[in-house]
Design a protein around this ligand. Structure first.
Ligand code: ADP
Length: 495
């Protein structure tokens, strides 16, 4: 989905800006220059045309003067006619020295301005002026005619239609406008193409990169190319994206950490509450159970006891022992007194733990192997509680073992020591791993498990700053591996 930034749609494009800021002023400048050039050309054309008429007049001035002096009307008429073959002439007129028309050729002037003609004939000056002949606008050129003695004996007037000038000027206008239009088009083309080559394509690629990121391609980055300024914008953009990504990753990590801490806190609060309850119940039940067990034992000692009653009393004692075991576990789980760490031998811990479960191992026909006696180190620990950890793990392994194989091994890696319990049981399904350490989670049948063993292991290990790993054992079942810190003060020496 392409998200349009609303503000952009209202803005004019760079291309349009160039048109408005460069092409429009250039067009106005070109038009103004064109106008001035055309006005100049117009003037020049007009001057040239007037000059042409003047030259025609001069060409026939002499033969006309002679013909007039000699009174040859035919020659006058011929000379006038010849004016039409020399240049573009509309009408040709000859007046006598009083301004009276004596001959004409071409367009007849039906209303000559007699007064003006008389005055001009008398003055003997050359003159060019605009006027009209039979309603048409014309340009007239007047040249005096003189006899051989230099006296003025007449006046020659040649006219030309102003529309002749105008046609030429219109043609110049037309060509000028076409030239201006072509020039403008060409220039716009150059500016727009130049914009595309120099800026447009680089901006397009930058914008397309930004769009790809906006559409969700968070890892996409702009490939810098083009002019330095655009590359700088692109690189800044990439840099900004990198910073945002780093900040987001940090934020995510912090949130994960926070969630983890919250879960741990909730778990700790839950455990504390359960522990408190368990301690209360265990404390209250401990004394009456002791009394029940004691009384059953005393009754068993009495003589002449019925065999059935004796068996029942044995059952009572057995069940009470089981209850006491559960209570002990509850007390272990809820124990809140601080641990007392002392440097202890890892091998001795392993040996004493194995002997603590020897009876149970025999009962299940399991052989517990020890591996690691050569790797002994001193560990700062509360040996009683660490033994409880190993006993709980070994007991679970013994109960899980199928072909009677359980192994307890240990070793040292750098500043850390490990202790591992392996068995050849069914192993632990992945989906169960998260629940194992929750108090009262058990898969064993009623009476066989309380679900507190691993919760106790977890609690004691946490107090020792250790870690627990579990996985599939090479023996076929599960392995539980503890990691503990070697006693640094004693340098991990072998005791
Ligand atoms: P309990 O032994 O009383 O059930 P634990 O907390 O010691 O309580 O163990 C919880 C559960 O973990 C057991 O019920 C069992 O399902 C599983 N478990 C523990 N150790 C092993 C093992 N070595 N092999 C297979 N399952 C095990």
């Amino acid at each position: 989905m392409t998200r349009r930034i609303p503000l952009l749609s209202n803005r004019i494009s760079l291309r349009l800006t160039l048109v408005v800021a460069i092409i429009a002023p250039l067009a106005v400048t070109m038009a103004a220059t064109g106008y001035l050039v055309l006005a100049f050309l117009e003037e020049k054309v007009e001057q040239r045309m007037q000059k042409d008429l003047e030259l025609v007049a001069r060409a026939i001035q002499l033969p006309l003067s002679h013909a007039l002096e000699r009174g040859r009307e035919g020659s006058v008429a011929l000379a006038l006619e010849s004016a039409f073959s020399i240049g573009r002439v509309y009408g040709a007129y000859v007046y006598d020295h009083r301004g009276k028309q004596i001959a004409s050729a071409g367009r007849v002037d039906p209303e000559p301005e007699q007064e003006k003609l008389t005055e001009l004939a008398a003055d003997g000056k050359e003159l060019g002026e605009y006027g009209s002949v039979a309603g048409r606008e014309v340009f007239s050129y007047f040249v005096p005619l003189t006899d051989s003695g230099g006296r003025i004996n007449g006046l020659l007037r040649l006219t030309r239609r102003v529309s002749d000038f105008r046609e030429d000027i219109r043609a110049i206008h037309g060509r000028g406008l076409v030239g201006l239009g072509a020039g403008l088009l060409f220039m716009s083309g150059i500016v727009l193409y130049g914009h595309h080559r120099a800026l447009g394509r680089y901006f397009s690629s930058l914008i397309s990169s930004m769009s790809r990121i906006a559409e969700g391609e968070g890892d996409h980055r702009y490939t810098p190319h083009g002019p330095r300024e655009i590359v700088a914008i692109g690189l800044q953009f990439n840099h900004m994206l990198d910073s945002i990504q780093t900040a987001q990753t940090e934020l995510r990590q912090r949130r994960d950490k926070q969630e983890q801490l919250t879960t741990q806190l909730r778990q700790a609060e839950k455990l504390a509450a359960i522990g408190q309850l368990a301690a209360g119940v265990a404390h209250e039940l401990g004394t009456p159970l002791g009394v029940v067990s004691g009384k059953a034992q005393r009754a068993l000692r009495s003589t002449g006891l019925d065999l059935n009653i004796a068996a029942s009393l044995q059952d009572i004692r057995h069940e009470v022992a089981r209850m006491e075991h559960i209570i002990r576990q509850l007390l272990d789980f809820s124990r809140s007194n601080a641990i007392r760490k002392k440097a202890n031998s890892l091998s001795q811990l392993a040996i004493s733990s194995v002997s603590a479960v020897a009876e149970e191992a025999d009962k299940h026909d399991v052989h517990v192997e020890l591996a690691g006696l050569e790797n002994d180190v001193l560990i700062a620990m509360d040996s009683v509680r660490m033994e409880q950890v190993l006993v709980n793990l070994l007991r679970n392994a013994i109960q899980a073992a199928v072909a009677g194989r359980v192994e307890l091994s240990w070793g040292v890696v750098g500043h850390r020591a490990w202790v591992q319990v392996d068995d050849d049981g069914p192993g632990i399904p992945d989906e169960m791993r998260n629940k194992l350490f929750e108090p009262f989670f058990t898969t064993k049948h009623v009476g066989a498990g309380t679900g507190l063993g691993l919760a106790v292991v977890h609690g004691i290990l946490r107090e020792h700053g250790g870690e627990l790993e579990l996985g599939r054992s090479s023996l076929g079942g599960a392995f539980f591996r503890l990691w503990l810190h070697v006693d640094e003060t004693r340098g991990g020496e072998t005791p």
